[in-house]
Ligand binder design. Structure first.
Ligand code: HEC
Length: 133
């Protein structure tokens, strides 16, 4: 299982690396940053669990982003359409570190009542980046 996750993660890094943007950041660079901060190897399965589960409050991440992040989401409160979270379906995802941080802070606050840890962020991003359209 550990080896499988490692191979998946490496595959993601390689495939995303070839599509890296000229400016801004990339999903895999953000994963590396969170991984360095957490000191843990990211786990896509944990990321999916985290994203689709409630954490003692009303909403999960998938309440707005859906449990299939390759499709359009919908804000649970305002009904506004949210572009897909998976980079395979939306190349603009995770290419702006300030945007990623801002929304992690806001959404983790809504869903968990606290900020997400670097380990949780690395897990979620690794799962999202592993999805195919
Ligand atoms: C109440 C609705 C809602 C919930 C619940 C929610 N989000 Fe979001 N999320 C949004 C909106 C709105 C945006 C900003 C619009 C966009 O980027 O398309 C966003 C954007 C993001 C981004 C920015 C991605 C980027 O492009 O860099 C991240 C990261 C994110 N959400 C993670 C999460 C995580 C993790 C959870 C669960 C802890 C979560 N969201 C739960 C509504 C939500």
């Amino acid at each position: 299982m550990k080896t499988w996750t490692g191979i998946l993660f490496l595959g993601v890094l390689i495939s995303l690396g070839t599509h890296a943007h000229a400016e801004g950041t990339t999903p895999e660079r953000q994963i590396e940053t969170f991984m360095r901060l957490s000191g843990m190897r990211p786990n896509a399965v944990n990321g999916q669990d985290f994203f689709t589960s409630k954490h003692g409050r009303e909403w999960s991440c998938s309440s707005c982003h859906t449990a299939d992040p390759t499709v359009l989401g919908k804000h649970v409160k305002t009904g506004k359409v949210i572009q897909p979270m998976a980079p395979a379906a939306n190349p603009e995802r995770f290419t702006d570190a300030a945007k990623t941080e801002k929304w992690f802070r806001r959404n983790c606050g809504d869903v968990l009542g606290r900020e997400c840890t670097p380990e949780e962020k690395a897990d979620v991003l690794t799962w999202l980046a592993s999805l195919k359209k």
